[in-house]
Ligand binder design. Structure first.
Ligand SMILES: [Zn+2]
Length: 428
């Protein structure tokens, strides 16, 4: 039995020559070439039964990994690149009792030991990741609308404010809190201008080889603006490069036990952010990483990244915390569960609120991620609560006494965390 992870080592010339290797890989936008040697540390850390269960029920339902990952009795054989084909062999632990501990920088709650009753989060490292950028970037990232001269609804500012209200509460409960983004704007040093070459490459992959450079921002609806270098480089900047940068900070510097990705949901509000469509619906869901499609798994980086999530066992922790937080938030905000009707998400766990979905952030952040999508920003109720802003105590909202939006959100998240960590640590 070979101890080597690599069944077929890549030729040395490919390892040494970066450019041919990049071309040999199939990579998502701005993804680095995956380092498959990282899997060596996970040899004999998981049984065949647990690997197969996580693969089939969570990460690659519907046999999405067929032809890419083959589960035999003793090992999973994983294709590390499609062209040229190379494979590694991940050996299973024969039984759970002899499985080695998987290497990871985060701690499950059950391993932390009991905490004082008034500080149930004592020692828990929690990273707060307010979604999006906000501020000067809110219009570019299309997370902004305004009705007449009313207060604009800007997701990147709302999420930051929730994080700011939540942080002192979590600290008072004993948590060590860090911010992945602590002010309006990007955390990444990149700019759209530095990503123009990558934007051209992405457009070329879409068959657009001679793209227009810019689009006119005055046009409310420009149906071809997605084909411009400007639009594509902006997209790479705020949606991909920014999250990749945050992931590097989370994984290499902050190393939290849990990441809270704070968002607000929205439904399509039409093409004009100054004349948005309102919807009557308001709802809640949370996302854990999973539900990769066969197409997504054909990207070498996504296959690598999901295996890092599967093998470090973040799923059980992120599902359990998400369920606790979802229950608290649904009660406090009186929100029903959102239900996907598309195949990119599937329900997981015992509540109707948590769905598995492959997002860049919950894929790249290796610690367990609670990805929050409560409230529909373009529902009239949410819009009016943004207009009401922050206030002390409670006010009547549609006939019900409510805290302000930020406190309601933050208090419920804190309550869900207290309930989860209180139970999980006492059970030790
Ligand atoms: Zn969002």
């Amino acid at each position: 039995m070979s101890a080597s992870l690599f069944r077929h080592l890549l030729p040395a010339c490919l390892l040494l020559a970066a450019a041919p290797l990049v071309r040999a890989q199939r990579l998502s936008p701005l993804a680095p070439v995956p380092d498959w040697r990282e899997l060596e540390a996970f040899q004999e850390t998981i049984t065949r039964a647990e690997f197969a269960q996580l693969l089939d029920a969570v990460y690659a339902p519907g046999d999405a990994a067929r032809g890419l990952i083959t589960v035999s009795d003793a090992a999973a054989v994983i294709r590390t690149s499609l062209n040229p084909a190379a494979e590694i062999q991940l050996r299973f632990a024969p039984i759970a009792a002899t499985a080695k501990v998987p290497p990871r920088d985060w701690r499950p709650a059950a391993s932390m030991g009991p905490a004082p009753a008034d500080r149930p989060l004592a020692g828990v490292k929690i990273a707060l990741d307010p979604g999006h950028l906000g501020g000067d970037w809110a219009k570019m990232e299309e997370r902004w609308f305004q009705v007449g001269s009313s207060k604009p609804v800007e997701e990147g500012a709302l999420t930051l404010r929730v994080a700011q209200v939540l942080a002192p509460q979590l600290r008072a409960l004993g948590a060590e809190v860090s911010f992945v983004r602590e002010k309006l704007g990007p955390t990444s040093p990149e700019k759209p201008e530095t990503l123009r070459a990558a934007a051209r490459a992405e457009l070329a992959l879409q068959g657009i080889t001679n793209p227009r450079l810019t689009y006119d921002p005055a046009l409310a609806v420009d149906p071809t603006r997605g084909q411009t270098v400007q639009w594509q480089s902006e997209l790479l900047f705020y949606r991909i490069g920014e999250i990749r940068h945050r992931a590097t900070v989370v994984n290499e510097t902050l190393k939290p036990d849990l990441v809270l990705c704070i968002h607000f949901n929205a439904e399509g509000w039409g093409g004009d952010p100054r004349n948005p469509n309102f919807v009557p619906r308001n709802h809640l869901h949370l996302l854990v990483n999973g539900c990769y499609s066969a197409g997504e798994l054909r990207f070498d980086d996504q296959r690598h990244d999901f295996l890092m999530k599967l093998l470090n066992r973040s799923h059980a922790e992120e599902l359990a915390v998400s369920e606790s937080v979802a229950t608290a938030l649904s009660t406090a905000a009186n929100l029903p569960a959102y239900r996907y009707t598309t195949p990119n998400a599937r329900p997981v766990g015992a509540t109707p609120f948590v769905w598995a979905r492959n997002l860049l952030a919950n894929r790249l952040y290796r610690a367990p991620v609670v990805f929050l999508e409560p409230y529909v920003m373009n529902s009239e109720e949410l819009w009016s609560r943004v207009q009401a802003g922050e206030y002390d105590g409670e006010r009547l909202v549609a006939g019900v006494w409510r805290k302000d939006l930020f406190r309601e959100y933050a208090d419920a998240v804190a309550k869900g965390l207290v309930e989860y960590y209180g139970k999980a640590r006492a059970a030790k």
